[in-house]
Ligand binder design. Structure first.
Ligand SMILES: [Zn+2]
Ligand SMILES: [Zn+2]
Ligand SMILES: [Zn+2]
Length: 126
């Protein structure tokens, strides 16, 4: 029973990410799942999903951690080197799908980059 409930919760969290074209914060997930899952469970799930290479996280301009689905990452190995965009008017956050060319310091291997672009999104401009 416990395991079943857990799977259901995880499915709901993943569904929230799939249905949204934006990145989501833990607070937004809690709102979306309205009392269905408690706060610590959501944080645990996000941590697990990040460890599994399913989602990645980054900080926004207010230092709030946002999460979004990964593409091509695997357990223990993230390759999220894309930028993120935050609208300064509506505060929405999303992944920028275009790859950015990163400098490689020496023989280091870059596995993530914190590049946050800010400005006004399409709907706020129109
Ligand atoms: Zn990733
Ligand atoms: Zn906007
Ligand atoms: Zn992203």
């Amino acid at each position: 029973m416990g395991v079943l409930r857990k799977t259901k919760h995880l499915e709901h969290v993943l569904q929230a990410f799939r249905q949204s074209s934006d990145a989501l914060s833990a607070g937004m997930l809690l709102d979306a799942l309205a009392n269905e899952i408690n706060k610590s469970t959501v944080y645990r799930m996000l941590q697990k999903l990040e460890d599994d290479g399913v989602i990645h996280s980054f900080l926004t301009m207010d230092q709030i951690r946002f999460y979004a689905l990964c593409k091509g990452c695997s357990s223990g190995r993230h390759v999220d080197t894309h930028a993120h965009f935050q609208c300064t008017s509506c505060k929405r956050v999303s992944c920028v799908s275009e790859e950015i060319v990163l400098p490689t310091p020496g023989r280091s291997r870059i596995t993530s980059a914190q590049v946050l672009l800010t400005g006004q999104c399409e709907s706020c401009l129109s």
